[in-house]
Design a protein around this ligand. Structure first.
Ligand code: BJW
Ligand code: ZN
Length: 245
């Protein structure tokens, strides 16, 4: 057993990691915390925008009521993200993709840092802050780091909104189904940096567990999923994940 700064990776997990054929990773805001991206919940980072809790400003209701305010909140965050870089956790997860016969990375994050670290075929459950979507024809437009975002749909002229999944909205068609299918067929599942309270994302490790996978959580704090996990690595993702090396 290797013990570093109070946490340990069991021999069993090491062996499972070496022999796994199908690995499934679910990430949340905590995987980007060491890059400087604020998390949503806990740790004093709770996101509030101009006095509004994020579940109010990041809601389907607010898109209907005050789309400019929603854009202001997302523009602010895109601006913050511009100068941030992937951290060792993103880099390590990107390395894993070529190591296993089957590897699936599912993220709730909208920041694009997994892709920037080299991860391919990332299933983005909650969309991307780097895209806008037409409220009428649903056409999507990339938002480039150093250019102003388009302010109306180039196809129909109607308003654009952030292409992210807000509270009360459905996940992108097929994204959850694809993720659930992979979760049901993995033998090792990592749950990294998520408070695991937002559904349906939080049901993915439950699906993996029901299907018999070994579940490992990486988080400095316990979550509602901790009891379901076979192993809890209590620490920061950027310090823990590179130990699998
Ligand atoms: C570290 C670390 C380090 C820190 N290393 N770790 C069943 C029951 C009750 C309600 C529902 C239900 N099913 C669905 C719902 C409704 C709702 C929901 O789940 N609500 C719950 C809060 C109760 N779900 C939805 O609305 C979803 N849609 C849906 O279900 O559609 C069907 C439907 C339609 C109509 C009505 C009802 C249902 C959509 C959810 C979309 C979530 N969107 C957001 C905002 C995106 C836009 C934006 O960015 O503004 O996505 S919410 C926010 O939470 C964001 C995140 O992706 C998501 C998850 O958060 P995450 O990633 O877990 O981050 P945190 O901050 O919560 O946690 C960070 C963790 O990291 C902590 O644990 C730290 O300890 C840890 N950490 N540093 C490792 N260095
Ligand atoms: Zn349009």
């Amino acid at each position: 057993m290797q013990t570093i700064r109070g946490f340990s990776i069991s021999q069993e997990l090491r062996e499972r990691f070496l022999s796994a054929k199908s690995v499934f990773v679910l990430t949340g805001a905590g995987v980007s915390a060491e890059s400087g991206v604020p998390t949503f919940r806990g740790g004093g980072n709770t996101a509030v925008w101009k006095g509004m809790p994020f579940d109010v400003i990041s809601s389907a209701r607010m898109v209907e009521r005050n789309l400019p305010a929603v854009w202001e909140w997302f523009d602010y965050r895109r601006n913050l993200l511009k100068s941030l870089q992937p951290n060792p956790a993103h880099v390590e997860i990107a390395r894993w993709q070529d190591r296993f016969e089957n590897f699936t990375l599912v993220t709730q994050n909208i920041d694009g840092l997994h892709q920037e670290a080299g991860s391919r075929n990332v299933i983005e459950l909650h969309g991307s802050i780097w895209r806008a979507r037409c409220v009428t024809c649903q056409v999507r437009f990339n938002i480039l780091k150093d250019e102003a975002r388009p302010d109306a749909c180039l196809d129909c002229g109607d308003s654009l909104r952030p292409d992210v999944v807000l509270f009360g909205e459905l996940l992108p068609p097929d994204a959850f189904e694809h993720a659930a299918e992979e979760a049901a067929h993995c033998d090792l599942c990592f749950v990294v940096g998520t408070s695991a309270i937002v559904y349906p994302a939080a049901s993915l490790p439950e699906i993996a567990r029901t299907a018999g996978a070994y579940i490992c959580e990486v988080n400095p704090e316990r979550t509602p999923l901790s009891n379901l996990c076979n192993e809890m690595l209590t620490g920061n993702a950027g310090e823990v994940l590179p130990l699998f090396g």
